[in-house]
Design a protein around this ligand. Sequence first.
Ligand code: 16G
Ligand code: ZN
Length: 549
Amino acid sequence: DEQQSLLLSSSSRFSPPQGVKLSYGTAGFRADASLLPSTVYRVGILAALRSLKTGSIIGLMITASHNKVSDNGVKIADPNGGMLSQHWEPFADALANAPSPQHLLLLINEFVAKEGILMDGVSQAEVLLGRDTRPSGDALFEAARQGVTSVVGAVATDMGILTTPQLHWMVRARNKGMQVSEQDYFEQLSSSFRYLEDLIPAEKSKFDGLNNKVIVDGSNGVGGVKLKVLGSLLNALVIEVRNSSEDGGVLNDGVGADYVQKEKVAPHGFGSKDAGIRCASLDGDADRLVYFIVPPESSGRIDLVDGDKILSLFAVFIREQLSFLNENEGIKNSHQARLGVVQTAYANGASTNYLKQLGLEVNFTPTGVKYLHEKAAEFDIGIYFEANGHGTVLFSESFVGWLEARTKEISSGSNGSEGKKAALRLLAVSKLINQAVGDALSGLLLVEVILQYMGWSIHRWNELYHDLPSRQLKVKVADRNAVITANAETVVVSPPGLQEAINAETGKYHQGRCFVRPSGTEDVVRVYAEASTQEAADTLANSVAKLVD
Ligand code: 16G
Ligand code: ZN
């Protein structure tokens, strides 16, 4: 029929690369861009099928995040704006690796039958397409468009050049029946930021002098461009953007959140002239954010204020607002909101101790946003962050409803103005922060307004706790999947004996902690070690790397 011949003819234009096996890893498919047209085309088909299956709008983003400029990648945003349901990942793998159009068609027909997807040509499907600033983005966009439209009844909507979190936000908003132009995104972020600023008590210190300025490294990518637009909608806060894609530098080359966090050095374009000023860095698709402090002397080393510290700042603020709410509520209105935080094994041990001392429930999941996000969604307010700067805050619908009711009820009463303000602040946070996925732009605005509210400099914030020295290494091995882990990647269960050997090494160090895991994005095994001195962390990491080798 029409559908079958359409798929056959369009797929014959996109031959899969020879001798490469692709896998929908932690962050979708990623590879050298030249290998990807057929994969992206096929993910276009998958996105259209996903839209038919869910009866909702689906997103397809073309990016390779912090990876080098010649790489690219593709990932799907599900109806709620989150990651593709894990249950569909094996189908994505099978599609990408089908050797011929005939195989592809067979796979699709089988899957469609199994999932009960109605491919009747009458049902409608829509996929929002986004891409970052990579030069390969245009051609891959075209491949994706052809994939989507090879499913009869499916429409591909070009959302243009976007950050990854913008696309996820748009998918989430569209499926809630909201407007989703880029202007709507900027409008929601900037207005909730200004609203939060207005809710800062007069006696709390406002921005002054240097304190109203943040300098942001855009990783020579899409984030810098978008941040300039966002910044132009704000008054008190001055955002100076460096390393934006139009500045001519190479994407992710000596710049960006991944580089700054892993190497602990200042990105290109930053130096001792910036000493004392708040600096921040985005990654190539602006879903990661870290802050840093440049020291006065030009050693290149920086004080890193990473995802763990952003999480801690958010947790302190939200916990304070919740306590205001409880103080000001009569017994009949009280609602013990469940606040939970989620980290991975990469979280600095000092951050975990700090959060526990605050009395918070700290949960651990394996690396990868899909795991953290899912766990955080179990709470009334769930905050998750990876040390690398990817994270966000999730509010349950029922809690948002409760907050809305609070603001109305309290306003008719006489006391409780602090409680009402706290409810208003939390509601504004729920609108400012991107609840679809970690978003460096909305995260930056939330950090900035909380610092303003607290009257804190970046130095004061950085002093919340002191990071334990740590070291990360990667080891090239024949088969990274020979390493199997459990307990949120903290324990090796296979090969046998390896964990015992790691324990024996770790036991030699004061405050020693060490784990190994197979990377989800590169063909390596990663080693992480922490100890009371940098030298000890380095030696521990090196000796465990030898055990893996
Ligand atoms: C991907 C993940 C990130 C994770 C990283 C780990 C998403 C959207 N991104 O970039 O969360 O930290 O992979 O990489 O899930 P690794 O497995 O190579 O260490
Ligand atoms: Zn990214």
